[in-house]
Design a protein. Structure first.
Length: 477
């Protein structure tokens, strides 16, 4: 059972995010707060201290506690403007070296997985499904699961037809098929810059060329994109619009709508990687580009890899006008997706456990973001620039004069790993940047019931401090 002071702290965070509590507003005194909620002075104090540790409240001597300024006040990273040119990306190469650093991969910690709830859902869903071992799955995916997905997203004002969905082995698998049915080897695909390294490597492995479109002032340079579309320079586009990896921003509704209109006008498909759609920190899930797609030129790809776990390898695609070609391609290559996984996850959605898990996960990860940002701002050089993610699991850091590749080499000697900025471009850009995953808890002091877990959290905190010290050392050498 969650402690009372944690429940109250979570409620206050929701009030701050919804602006029911304004920035710099003075909070009730500890004594008044305890009377207001019928709790002890100790519980009230623990609640305020938790909020202070997570960056939501600031204590002022002889004055009390105040709602702190939002992270959006940070100085945001600068993204350069440039003329887009076609380049050839490097593909992914498998090696025996596995990086397990919590800061490296965009992923949340194992302790946040709803293991018991998932086990119960899988048990209920597959109790009488033993006969399915000898049955090939439907090529399009389990009809009942597609119905559940359709209802789930429709509740978020994003209408999806279950008949148009195709179940896949995760989001990246859906994207791969979308690339295969919309382009050919040697074709050029437009991507945002910076772009998630996994997409760049995927295109490299598939022998597609890329055209990086600048992401400047929180917007894609759609004028450049349209110029290249008009000249027929690109065969397809591959974009994320929500909680974009690596910076965590969302495109505006205006930009999303214009992207859908450009795709229709020039009849050039847009493959939408929307794996972070539901990983928002606000109360409202943003809409994808697909919402504005009226003629089927957007292939929308999503999965549970970021919100539940990547091990299930379960995703889906709404391929628009490419539906028949997409399904035929899947049928010839994969012969369907694991029935038992589909059934278990379907039950997790149907029982509303997914909704409960998301609500808790979003709050916890947003708290992580505040802790990580607070640490980085305290220990990095004063001219450092940090992104203010609206969702997702990563934060983008820019430090003028930094050599991110050199920093990684020095940090690796102390078993600290992260993604360097230059990995997110094929043009040698963003060398003064790096990306940090904040999906794992950090703690300045070892306090709590789970001693081993807190030991790990303290170690991660110290690793980040060490990383900041290495930044200072490089800039001062």
């Amino acid at each position: 059972m969650v402690a009372r002071y944690i429940q109250l702290a979570d409620r206050i965070i929701v009030d701050i995010e919804s602006e029911q509590l304004e920035q710099s507003q003075r909070m009730p005194s500890i004594r008044k707060f305890s009377k207001l909620y019928g709790i002890s002075i100790t519980t009230a104090l623990n609640c305020y201290r938790r909020l202070e540790d997570f960056g939501w409240l600031q204590a002022k001597a002889q004055s009390g506690y105040y709602v702190t300024q939002p992270l959006g006040k940070n100085i945001s990273p600068e993204f350069p403007s440039f003329e887009s040119v076609v380049s050839e990306p490097q593909g992914f190469k498998v090696s025996n070296f596995t990086i397990t650093s919590p800061f490296y991969i965009s992923q949340f910690s194992e302790e946040l997985l709803p293991i018991k709830e998932l086990e119960r859902c899988f048990s209920r869903a597959n109790k009488n499904n033993h006969h399915l071992v000898n049955v090939y799955p439907e090529y399009q995916g389990k009809k009942e699961f597609r119905d559940v997905l359709s209802k789930h997203f429709s509740k978020q004002y994003f209408n999806l037809s279950a008949d148009k969905l195709v179940i896949t082995n995760g989001c990246i698998d859906a994207i791969r098929t979308a690339i295969e049915v919309t382009t050919e080897i040697g074709d050029t695909v437009a991507i945002s810059s910076p772009c998630f390294i996994g997409l760049i490597e995927l295109l490299g492995n598939m022998k597609r060329l890329v055209l990086e479109i600048p992401f400047h002032h929180a917007e894609l340079d759609l004028q450049q994109l349209e110029n290249h579309m008009k000249q027929n320079d690109v065969a397809a586009c591959l974009f994320s619009a929500n909680h974009i990896n690596p910076q965590g921003n969302c495109l505006s509704s205006k930009q999303k709508e214009r992207l859908a209109l450009l795709a229709e006008k020039y009849q050039i498909p847009i493959i939408e990687d929307d794996v972070y759609l539901e990983f928002n920190y606000s109360q409202h899930t943003p809409l994808p580009i697909k919402h504005w797609d009226k003629s089927g030129w957007v292939l929308w790809c999503n999965s549970i890899s970021k919100t539940i776990g990547p091990g299930y390898r379960l995703g889906w695609c709404e391929p628009g006008r490419y539906f028949n070609k997409f399904l035929e391609h899947r049928a010839a290559q994969y012969f369907g997706i694991n029935i038992y996984v589909q059934s278990g996850i379907m039950e997790f959605f149907h029982s509303r456990q997914y909704f409960k898990h998301l609500k808790k996960l979003r709050l916890t990860i947003s708290q992580h973001l505040h802790l990580y940002s607070k640490l980085l701002l305290e220990h990095l050089p004063k001219n450092s620039r940090l992104s203010s993610p609206q969702g997702g699991l990563v934060i983008w850091v820019q430090i003028p004069g930094l050599d991110g590749n050199k920093l990684l080499v020095e940090a690796a000697e102390q078993n600290i790993y992260f993604r360097t900025g230059s990995e997110f471009s094929t043009l040698g850009l963003y060398r003064d940047c790096f990306r940090i995953n904040f999906g794992w808890p950090i703690a300045k002091n070892n306090v709590g019931d789970n001693e081993q877990s807190n030991d790990d959290a303290v170690q991660r905190y110290q690793q980040l401090v060490t990383l900041c010290q290495l930044v200072h050392k490089q800039l001062n050498d």
